[in-house]
Design a protein around this ligand. Structure first.
Ligand code: ADP
Ligand code: ADP
Length: 226
């Protein structure tokens, strides 16, 4: 079973930039996959398309068998996205950000409260639940985005540069958190431009260069080559 199947994916932005030029990528269910590449390689474009935020130019995308073209709502249900940029309303309270997200996915109130408490405690944000998002530090906001992404219990969690600008202590905490989540069955894909981070966390690695996937192999095979 594949969590993600991308076939001949291309993206040309309106300004003519060819961000993706025929990407083929498969991620097994249960895997922890790192998509590595320099700035501008096409990582964000790839995950933006998979999570339905960016329109593709051509190609096929399936998530747990659901097709992006014909079953976008079902596909979206499978995915939790942690974007690179904070994209919540800074005036909202932490707890409301989570309950709004739950509402968006049609999760009942009692269940939503239970889940919010669980994730806020896990991510060490429980004592901030009544605070406005804008009053959180950068690291707290990032953890809040992770909690939000997990509210609807996605089978695939996608994180775009989750530890960019995060200090080493929090980075380690986040690594441990993500490893535990993966052990419990959530497939994880993250983008990074740190090889060390990918090496530390991931079982499989894809390297994207100028819109093409140039390497796609188990991490241990890559390490053996270096
Ligand atoms: P990465 O995430 O690996 O840094 P991106 O997917 O953000 O790479 O970008 C891939 C290419 O597409 C880059 O050349 C970038 O400048 C370009 N690009 C990204 N977003 C847009 C956009 N909205 N409009 C035009 N070009 C874009
Ligand atoms: P501190 O951790 O020192 O409290 P923040 O990390 O909260 O500072 O950043 C200060 C401001 O910069 C905030 O308004 C925050 O929204 C914004 N900011 C910081 N990092 C990002 C990011 N990755 N994307 C978008 N906005 C950011």
């Amino acid at each position: 079973m594949f969590a993600l199947e991308i076939t001949e994916l291309t993206k040309e932005y309106k300004n003519g930039v060819k961000a993706l030029q025929g990407v083929n990528l498969r991620v097994q269910a249960g895997d922890f996959y790192a998509l590595l590449g320099h700035n501008g390689a096409g990582k964000s474009t790839t995950i933006g398309i998979v999570s339905t935020l960016i329109n593709k130019t051509a190609g096929k995308v399936k998530v747990f068998g659901y097709d992006l073209d014909s079953q976008p709502a079902l596909l979206k249900q499978q995915i939790g996205l942690v974007p690179q940029e904070f994209n919540f309303n800074q005036f909202e309270k932490v707890i409301d950000i989570l309950s709004n997200q739950a509402g968006y996915y049609g999760i009942r109130r009692a269940e939503a409260e239970k889940r919010a408490e669980y994730w806020l405690k896990k991510l060490d944000l429980w004592d901030k639940k009544e605070q406005q998002a804008m009053r959180l530090s950068g690291g707290m906001k990032r953890r809040l985005m992770i909690a939000r992404a997990l509210m609807h219990q996605p089978r695939l969690l996608i994180l775009d540069e989750p530890t960019a600008g995060v200090d080493i202590e929090l980075r380690r905490t986040m690594w441990t958190f993500l490893q535990e989540l993966n052990r419990q069955g959530t497939t994880i894909i993250l983008t990074t431009h740190y090889l060390e981070e990918a090496e530390m966390l991931c079982r499989h690695i894809g390297i994207i260069q100028q819109g093409r996937l140039v390497i796609d192999m188990p991490m241990k095979d890559l390490l053996a080559k270096l």
